[in-house]
Design a protein around this ligand. Structure first.
Ligand code: BGC
Length: 886
């Protein structure tokens, strides 16, 4: 490095110190602190976004309780250190909005870095200092920004080029059909694996953008790309590298007929079957300049995919974790079986040395036979086998690139010598969503349940929410997607992910408004089963409720309306009678047409609520009227006054109408009574629901003051229950309540029964929001302190900031610690049990003496006793309450 470069680094370091010190200084003072956690389109400093008016969100902090934002100012500039805007200055905007504020400056340019900062004014009009600068890099907005061609079709591609000068900025945009690994001058660019994310390729193909400034060099350079098939039938690539030199000169390198290709060491690759890698076919140095490529062929061109190129605006799939095997056994001569101790998605990294040509096979499975051998029967046709052929040059390390497996056990054969625990490591691979929720409590079984929910969910996020991750399926089944969504949003930062998936759904919608069971559409039907298609309105609605994403509601409104109008054409007397799956995998079957009609009603209800939220007054009336008719039709058609229950009286048949208040008030008590009896007596405290009923069961029980019964189901250990899965060694959720291991549909990692995860937060931790609240503005803290539950602690990092709640109870007292973010408020509901009266303190100060609310403590707005509850109303801040019973 020359002196100039050193000086530059020193300057940047000094500036960094100066600015970070400055922010620190302001953080120590009282009042509004600079906004934090700046997000652009849900992402942290994204590289490559192609939204013309990106939206910004931030979180607020304040030294005082009960605070909110009354105004903000947001600036966008081309220099991270600028204090004034050269791109856009919102000026001071009187608004409490801190989520999804849209850029309104002049059009952004393609492939450019932008920086933004924000400050806010609090309740008393005190301004905070500006936040630290966050950045976003634009991708390629226009088709003509892509100068290259689509090239392929072999596995390995390369191109050399030279740069005459020091590189100031290098951005590469890579779009591929199949999966790719991008290498520059001998190094892998970025951490993405199995990239790009899956979409309906005929409609849309995603490209990823990388900051490659540090990988480029003055002089000769080489680009190398390996391509696998992924979900595509062809291997194709288009790529655009834009370079800016220190002197201001610009140059670009792109995919064209000057690129060379060869077959490379990946002899076979298939998502389901695995990868065959022959290390003898490696071509050392191929991704560095100066390689002799005379034996390589010219790439082919001419195939141009139809899909629109869109920026991949979700966290990429990455290697997220490493698992050390728990155990190695040797059930048969030369067969070794590793137990990873956890079912997950990904692969194994192998370390091996041995003679050239030795062939090591790794087969993956979720299950073992009693003999200790792996059982792959439930993978159906997926072979899940990686093969590595040694080159015979010392220690060789191999991990597959273009496949992944869902497994707990790995069988190793053909290994030269005797393997040991160091031979392999498990690599956990999934979309890199951040975990933002945590839950733990005094009941170990529920902590274990949370564990299996989290692992099932995250290892089934592979750029789409998959049904399972092991057998020959792994598809975006829409039913599974909406049933797990609330739970996912409470545990993980899902905003960008679902924004992408909702667009994927939209991409499959046809002119008639119909949707498909799977997205992208591979299996299942068009039109989708109504209980599956409902993912479109429901996911949009959850995005609005959880992230306050009103712009998304607006953008999807017409599509959802088209879908509802399609359903209307299929309805007869306001009921839908087509259904393929009904209450899927239930113990007791419920008529599918009831399930479909329930979702028809739900969809219309959501459309009405959307119209309300967006102020589409004329449509509110239309759809409210339609909703009313469907509701009455369901009741009229399915309610049996003799049995006082719906349809065939299964748990699901009764709880669906209860969930959406389809049951007229006079009959609610008896229908609920029937449901309760069915659970308690007919089924000896067991559920009989499939995936649909299970999603709403716990909430219905809680709504009807039967949280203790919900808790009994959640902690049940005999069949059918979650506890039964756990008792049988589940480390992820099963597809079926039954314990099956045979050759059919019985995956052992299927997130759909994990819908109970949202109940753990809403009812046991007690973090929920009021019905009219969006983005956790009006928080409801209402923990259910039932049975032997002694303490629960949990938090959700909501888009407004952390909401934390921890409670403990003893015979005559409750302690409750709560944190509410700035710009939100909360109502706390606590039980009084059988106590005759209560007193209440906060941080040792009495705020309720059993008769009246004692004002004076900041942030606490009201305390009152209503029937069997004590209600506390608070603003933002941290609180420590203590309730004493008499
Ligand atoms: C999938 C399910 C899906 C179902 C629809 C199965 O093959 O694995 O999770 O919802 O089909 O019937």
């Amino acid at each position: 490095m020359d002196v100039q470069s050193w000086l530059k680094i020193l300057m940047v370091a000094l500036l960094f110190f100066f600015f970070s010190h400055q922010t620190h200084a302001s953080e120590e003072t009282a009042g509004p602190f600079p906004p934090e956690n700046l997000r652009c389109e849900y992402l942290e400093n994204p590289t490559g976004i192609d939204v013309e008016k990106p939206r910004f969100s931030w979180m607020l902090k304040h030294s005082e309780r009960g605070q909110k934002q009354t105004a903000y100012q947001l600036i966008v500039c081309t220099d991270p250190l600028a204090e004034s805007a050269d791109v856009w200055d919102s000026k001071k905007v009187a608004s409490d909005r801190s989520l999804h504020v849209a850029f309104e400056g002049n059009p952004l340019e393609s492939d450019r870095a932008y920086y933004w900062k924000v400050r806010y004014w609090d309740d008393q009009d005190n301004p905070s200092s500006y936040s630290q600068a966050a950045s976003f890099d634009t991708g390629l907005f226009h088709p003509e920004d892509w100068e290259g061609e689509w090239i392929g079709v072999k596995n390995q591609l390369r191109k050399e080029f030279s740069i005459d000068g020091d590189v100031k900025r290098g951005r590469i945009h890579v779009c591929c059909l199949g999966y790719y690994e991008l290498r520059i001058n001998g190094q892998k660019a970025g951490n993405n694996v199995l990239d790009p994310g899956y979409t309906t390729y005929e409609k849309r193909i995603l490209y990823s953008s990388y900051n490659v400034t540090q990988l480029l060099q003055n002089g000769d350079n080489a680009l190398g790309v390996m391509i696998g098939k992924g979900w595509s039938s062809v291997r194709l690539l288009t790529l655009q590298l834009n370079i800016e030199l220190e002197g201001g000169e610009k140059l670009s390198v792109f995919s064209d007929t000057t690129w060379k290709q060869t077959d490379g060491p990946i002899v076979q690759d298939s998502i389901y079957n695995g990868e065959v890698y022959d290390a003898r076919l490696e071509t050392p140095g191929w991704d560095n300049p100066g390689f002799d490529e005379s034996a390589w062929e010219t790439v082919e061109t001419g195939i141009v995919p139809k899909g629109t190129l869109s920026a991949q605006m979700i966290p990429p799939i990455q290697v997220m974790d490493t698992i050390v095997p728990m155990k190695m056994t040797n059930p048969k001569k030369d067969v070794y079986v590793f137990d990873m101790g956890q079912n997950f998605s990904g692969w194994v990294e192998l370390r091996v040395s041995g003679p050239r040509g030795s062939k090591v096979c790794m087969r993956h499975a979720e299950l073992l036979y009693e003999t200790g051998m792996i059982n792959q029967e439930n993978l159906r046709s997926a072979r899940a086998e990686d093969v590595y052929i040694l080159k015979g040059e010392g220690e060789e390390i191999y991990a597959p690139r273009f496949t992944y497996h869902g497994f707990r056990y790995m069988e190793l054969t053909g290994f030269p010598g005797v393997p040991n625990m160091e031979t392999i490591r498990g690599k956990v691979v999934h979309t890199a969503v951040k975990q933002i929720g945590n839950f733990s409590c005094s009941k170990p079984l529920l902590n274990r349940l949370q564990h299996i929910i989290i692992w099932s969910l995250k290892t089934n996020l592979h750029s789409i929410p998959t049904d399972c991750n092991q057998r020959d399926e792994r598809m975006g089944w829409l039913g599974d997607a909406h049933l797990t969504a609330e739970q996912a949003m409470m545990n993980f930062d899902m905003g960008a992910f679902y924004t992408k998936f909702i667009r994927d759904i939209q991409d499959t919608q046809d002119k008639e408004g119909t949707l498909t069971d799977t997205v992208p559409h591979i299996w299942g039907q068009r039109p989708a089963d109504p209980a599956w298609g409902t993912a479109y309105p429901l996911l949009c609605w959850y995005m609005y409720r959880y992230y306050g994403d009103e712009p998304l509601l607006k953008a999807q409104y017409e599509g959802i309306k088209d879908y509802v109008e399609f359903l209307r054409t299929k309805a007869e007397d306001n009921l839908l009678d087509f259904s393929y799956y009904g209450d899927w995998v239930a113990i007791e079957k419920t008529p599918g047409d009831l399930v479909s009609s329930f979702y028809y009603y739900y969809d219309v209800l959501i459309l009405t609520k959307m119209a309300e939220a967006l102020g589409y007054d004329a449509e509110i009336k239309t759809y409210l009227g339609l909703a009313e008719k469907i509701k009455m039709a369901i009741h009229k058609n399915y309610y049996d006054s003799e049995t006082q229950s719906y349809a065939n009286g299964t748990q699901t048949a009764n709880l669906l109408p209860l969930y959406l208040d389809i049951v007229p008030e006079e009959q609610r008590g008896s229908v609920f009574g029937d449901l309760r009896e069915d659970i308690l007596y007919k089924n000896n405290t067991h559920l009989t629901t499939g995936i649909i009923g299970t999603k709403y069961l716990m909430e219905v029980l809680t709504k009807f003051n039967a949280s203790a019964l919900a808790y009994d189901l959640a902690t049940q250990t005999s069949y059918p229950s979650w506890g039964y899965m756990i008792a049988n060694g589940a480390t992820t959720l099963w597809e079926l309540w039954q314990h099956k291991t045979g050759p059919s549909m019985n995956s052992h990692n299927h997130p759909m029964f994990g819908s109970i995860g949202s109940w753990l937060y809403k009812s046991l931790v007690g973090i929920d929001q009021k019905e009219e609240s969006v983005g956790f503005r009006d928080i409801l803290i209402q923990p259910q302190m039932v049975r032997d539950l002694r303490y629960v602690t949990g938090a959700i990092h909501s888009p407004r900031g952390t909401i934390h709640c921890a409670w403990t109870r003893s015979a005559r007292s409750i302690s409750l610690d709560v944190t509410i973010p700035v710009n939100a408020q909360a109502e706390i509901h606590l039980p009084k049990f059988d106590w005759e009266g209560i007193t209440l303190t906060e941080n040792g100060n009495q705020i309720y003496d059993g008769q009246k609310f004692l004002t004076g403590l900041s942030g606490i707005r009201m305390v009152e006793e209503i029937r069997n509850k004590v209600i506390i109303k608070i603003g933002s801040g941290q609180y420590s309450f203590q309730v004493f019973g008499k």
